[in-house]
Write a protein that binds this ligand. Structure first.
Ligand SMILES: [Zn+2]
Length: 110
């Protein structure tokens, strides 16, 4: 028999024991494991506007790639001048449309 549990908007599953816990809870009341990331942590992520402006003004050197943590691709863009600007234009479209993610796969913070 499988149990289907739907969480309320202020609940989520504990990553350690799988029990439902409140999102605001720092520790899981079932297993005592500290939840990660802590709920009080400041919102992380790279800023969308900064990435967009970096791409517009310094895209040929891949500076927006360094900013979002894509160091390898950034070096490649730096060495190829953003594939003569083509890569820069593609990145600009991706950032402007919100498809672009940082190195952790997280969308840029608006
Ligand atoms: Zn737990």
């Amino acid at each position: 028999m499988t149990e289907l549990r739907i969480t309320a908007p202020d609940e989520q599953f504990c990553s350690a024991c799988g029990q439902v816990v409140k999102k605001a809870a720092e520790l899981c009341p079932h297993c005592g494991v500290r939840r990660f990331p802590p709920p009080y942590a400041p919102q992380e992520g790279r800023d969308w506007l900064v990435a967009l402006l970096l791409c517009v003004f310094t895209g040929g050197w891949g500076v927006h790639r360094f900013y979002t943590g894509h160091i390898g691709i950034g070096l490649l863009q730096l060495l190829t001048c953003g594939m003569c600007g083509i890569w820069t234009i593609i990145d600009l479209i991706l950032i402007a449309t919100g498809v672009y993610t940082d190195v952790d796969g997280k969308p840029l913070r608006r």
